[in-house]
Structure formats: C-alpha cells, structure tokens
Design a binder for this molecule. Structure first.
Ligand SMILES: [Zn+2]
Length: 106
C-alpha cells in the first residue's frame, strides 16, 4: 500500500473549508481512509458518557478527521507550505524531501 505523504507529527496548513489557513500538528493518520487528525482543526462537540478520564460525562470538544487532500505540509526551512517529493537513497529507502528547497522532511 502506498504511504501517505503526510505523517503523524508533521506540521501542516489547512487549504480549504472553515479552518483554511490554520496550521497545526498532525496528531493521527488513517492511511486507509486518507484522513488525518490535525491539532485544533475540525473541532466537533460530542456527548460523552462518564468515563474514568471524564467522570462527569457531558459535552467534550474533539478533533474530527479531515481529508488529507485538504492540507499541505509546511517545510521548516521554507516556512511555508510546499509540495513533497521523494528521494531514494543508495539502499533503496525512500525519503521525503521539500520540492522547493530540497530539505529533508523526515
Ligand atoms: Zn523547503
């Protein structure tokens, strides 16, 4: 299966929708659905049953997954969103690189 160009821990910017322009860290990725959860993006309110973490239950605010096509990776060297390319080293391992400045993204 092809991996996603965006992984957990990456810094991304939202390109479309209500959260357009917002930047955040990828908290979780769902490669099979091509969706990710970005910190502070696509917050939804949910009713929660009382649990150990949340003994009162009630309404909690949580990030919901968004489609990976709605975000772009931010390159630290460029300080802006960039396209991701791949470099294959002598051992055949793929590494993500910034298409703009060539910086290593992994
Ligand atoms: Zn760059």
């Amino acid at each position: 299966m092809a991996g996603l160009k965006i992984k957990k821990g990456d810094k991304v910017e939202v390109l479309a929708g209500k959260y357009r322009g917002k930047q955040g860290k990828v908290l979780k990725s769902f490669p099979e659905d091509r969706r990710i959860i970005v910190e502070g993006v696509n917050l939804v309110k949910r009713h929660a049953r009382p649990s150990q973490e949340n003994p009162q239950g009630g309404i909690i605010t949580k990030e919901a997954p968004i489609d990976i096509s709605n975000v772009a990776l931010i390159c630290d060297s460029c300080s802006r969103t960039v396209r991701v390319g791949y470099n294959v080293n002598a051992e055949g391992a793929k590494k993500r690189v910034c298409r703009r400045c060539g910086a290593d993204l992994d």
